[in-house]
Design a protein around this ligand. Structure first.
Ligand code: ZN
Length: 318
């Protein structure tokens, strides 16, 4: 089905467009216990890129001994056929990662950098203070800009930290502003361990939009750890957020606590948005079939609801 068909289902040409970045190939595969072969990844990523998704995070340039699930990142980029209109991003932890990625500059379009809004989480995750992370990321963002790459910065634990509890929104705004000033054109806010609630999200986005101004795109990255992922999406939509990240099949369990679910499922997000009359450009059955294929490859049921139920067969917008 073409993009036009998907949009027609979601209310036609007048439907407001929501941007979605599929992060399953990075955030999903990284946090699942299985190691997928590069061939299987190419099958799944290719299917997702042909589903109408406009943004996809493909891999991360991290040390292979730290994240063996993504050790084939360079090979994946080399072998992946580009699809017109699909923006490919890679996650970059530091300058050394950027060095590796830039050897394949023509194989992707965006970089994502990351840090945490809480000192404790940042130190446990990357063994640096937030100030040290910001100093390193400034250099990464500058060099990525020089290379003509679009720059995205993601702030983990934006809605709460498993170690420190509440993360003040003013602190998130301060870090986001520093990232904007360092060249980030888009800032993602990660609910890394699923602590956000809809009321908090409703208060959060207007504060961040006000702090960052109109030239920065704000993206919500919710996890479904406690089943509140789509409720948080609705709150973010109502608060003006128009960009979201999600993972096909709900891939991407969270290592802490073990067995907890991670990202919201792309097919659940797309189904809800289309039923609400928004356009995404994504062909929902195509995403469902990619998730079904992932389920077969991995050999156990994945967490997505729409994968089980299928698309809604009647719609007021059809
Ligand atoms: Zn995530």
């Amino acid at each position: 089905m073409s993009t036009t068909d998907a949009d027609a289902h979601a209310g036609g040409a007048t439907a407001e467009r929501i941007r979605i970045r599929e992060v399953g190939p990075r955030d999903g595969f990284q946090n699942e216990p299985e190691l997928l072969s590069t061939d299987d990844k190419l099958t799944l990523v290719g299917a997702l890129m042909r589903s109408g998704v406009e943004r996809i995070e493909l891999t991360s340039f991290v040390r292979p001994d730290v994240i063996p699930q993504l050790a084939d990142g360079a090979d994946l980029l080399d072998r992946l056929e580009p699809v017109p209109g699909v923006s490919r991003s890679v996650l970059i932890p530091n300058e050394r990662g950027l060095d590796g990625a830039l050897l394949r500059r023509d194989r992707f379009d965006e970089v994502s950098v990351f840090l945490s809004a809480s000192e404790t989480h940042n130190r446990k995750n990357v063994n640096r203070s937030i100030d040290e992370s910001l100093a390193g990321l400034r250099r990464v963002l500058e060099r990525a800009g020089d290379a003509g790459l679009r720059r995205v910065a993601v702030i983990a634990t934006s809605f709460g930290c498993p170690y420190e509890g509440e993360v003040p929104v003013a602190r998130v705004a301060e870090i986001a502003t520093a990232l904007r000033d360092a060249g980030a054109e888009e800032i993602g806010f990660g609910d890394t361990t699923g602590m956000a609630n809809p009321r908090q999200v409703a208060r959060f986005f207007p504060v961040l939009a006000d702090a960052l101004g109109p030239d920065v795109e704000l993206t919500a990255h919710f996890h479904n750890t406690r089943g509140q992922g789509l409720a948080n999406v609705l709150a973010a939509l109502d608060a003006g957020c128009r960009s979201f990240e999600s993972s096909f099949g709900e891939l991407g369990g969270c290592p802490v606590p073990a067995g907890a679910t991670g990202n919201i499922a792309t097919e659940d997000l797309v189904s809800m948005l289309h039923e609400m009359g928004y356009a995404t450009g994504i062909d929902l059955p195509a995403v469902i079939s990619a998730s079904r294929r992932a389920q077969e490859i991995i050999g156990r049921p994945l967490g997505s609801h729409t994968l089980v139920a299928g698309p809604v067969q009647w719609s007021p917008h059809a």
